[in-house]
Design a binder for this molecule. Structure first.
Ligand code: FAD
Ligand code: UDP
Length: 374
């Protein structure tokens, strides 16, 4: 039987980037994934020529020059700049909170006028506390940005996202809520951002070129669970608790349900991301995937479009684990599993499932590039 240098469990961004580096270093790898496709959560499904971000909208952004050079060496990125729009009771506001937002809220035209209004509303919220510290997310947000922004753009969205009232959510979740006194709708502060032209599968294909991969192969229900028979080392990017057969119990996750549909028109909402910030609309946002890939007149070259409504959902076994719940209880449990992981010989645990940490794409690549010995 052939022995690979590495058996890699998971063809997501961590597994694929690791495989790329190992392959470049002359090592042999077998990558397996339990899903029917490669790419993990960055996988895009082609629907009528539109790359649909099947597991949620993904925008690549980083200030790390090395990471940006690494991915651009593999695929070409487009000029997509994330600039979500918020819809509150039918009126539209630009995000992040900037001069365009303040103009729509109050009609102010200069940074000084905006500042005066924000400071007035913040002072009102501080006075209402009578010298106490903000005790919950609602009080915290009110003291940071004032009533109008909180009620129109934060309250409903946050309550839907977390499934709880802002009065019951801890204040520490939002230490900062940046307000920008410039007319700039770019959501991210990073130096570089974009999306691979043709979607993320191009990036995954480039990373896995020349590497053997097997989909529909669950590590725990395959002969590969006895990985020592197949490889010298294991790279494991699956769930941390599952690796140890949930012996201390299950880690909790937050998940999102996507309702994706074709719309027989060229341009549905005119933007990739529209947030619905009122409580009564059950979804948090609508993604129109075509705007990640096509710009200006290109939008009209395809007569149809694809949208996804996002519904935050309470996680249950069998659902997709998206966001780790890094509260005290779960962090403690994860630490117990991490302690077991350090005792596993010749096994590298990496990525968001195996580390039980939320990572954006760029930090995942940064972590793999930092691995010294392959
Ligand atoms: P994954 O992509 O989850 O890959 C792990 C793989 O392991 C999966 O394919 C899984 O099927 C496989 N696997 C698990 N268990 C087994 C097993 N037992 N046997 C075989 N295979 C197994 N990042 C950004 O930078 N920008 C964004 O805009 C952005 N948006 C996001 C939106 C959402 C909804 C989510 C959830 C994440 C977002 N991210 C974003 C983060 C991004 O998805 C991650 O950084 C990236 O996917 C992490 O890669 P990974 O390889 O660690 O995990
Ligand atoms: N948020 C908000 N209104 C919005 C968008 C975001 O109040 O229109 C808050 C909300 O509390 C959310 C947090 O900002 O949980 C982070 O949202 P973002 O979409 O930036 O990040 P993600 O949900 O993708 O982690």
């Amino acid at each position: 039987m052939r022995k690979y240098d590495y058996l890699i469990v998971g063809a997501g961004l961590f597994g694929a980037t690791f495989a790329y580096r190992a392959h470049q270093a002359g090592k042999t790898c077998l990558v397996i994934d339990k899903r029917a496709h490669r790419g993990g959560n960055v996988y895009c499904e082609d629907m009528a020529g539109i790359p649909v971000h099947k597991y949620g909208a993904h925008i690549f952004h980083t200030s790390n020059k090395e990471v940006w050079a690494f991915v651009n060496n593999l695929v070409e990125f487009n000029r997509y700049t994330n600039s979500p729009v918020a819809n509150y009771k039918g009126k539209l506001y630009n995000l992040p909170f900037n001069m365009n937002t303040f103009n729509a809220l109050w009609g102010v035209k200069t940074p000084d006028e905006a500042m005066v209004e924000i400071e007035r509303q913040k002072a009102e919220a501080v006075a209402a506390l009578n010298g106490r510290e903000p005790a919950n997310l609602e009080e915290q947000a009110l003291t940071l940005v004032g009533k109008d922004i909180f009620e129109k753009l934060i309250k409903g969205y946050t309550e839907k996202q977390w499934g709880r009232s802002c009065k019951e959510l801890p204040a520490f979740i939002i230490r900062r809520l940046p307000v920008r006194l410039v007319f700039d709708n770019n959501y991210f502060n990073d130096k570089y951002q974009g999306i691979p032209i043709g979607g993320y599968n191009k990036l995954i294909d480039a990373l896995l070129e020349g590497v053997q991969t097997k989909t529909d192969t669950d590590f725990f229900h395959s002969p590969y669970k006895n990985w020592q028979n197949y490889a010298h080392k294991l790279v494991y990017t699956g769930a941390l608790d599952e690796y140890f057969h949930y012996q201390y119990g299950h880690l909790d996750w937050r998940t999102v349900s996507f309702e994706t549909e074709f719309i027989p028109q060229a341009n549905y909402q005119g933007n990739a991301v529209v947030n619905y910030t009122e409580r009564d609309i059950p979804y948090t946002r609508i993604i129109e995937h075509k705007h990640f890939e096509f710009f200006g007149a290109e939008v009209y070259e395809n007569p149809v479009t694809v949208i996804s409504r996002e519904y935050p959902t309470e996680y249950q076994d069998g659902m997709e684990p998206y966001y780790p719940i890094n509260d005290a209880k779960n962090n403690e449990l994860a630490d117990k599993y991490r302690a077991l992981a350090t005792q596993e010989k010749n096994v590298i645990f990496g990525g968001r499932l195996a580390e039980y940490r939320y990572y954006d794409m760029a930090p995942i690549i940064e972590k793999v590039l930092a691995i010294k010995e392959l």
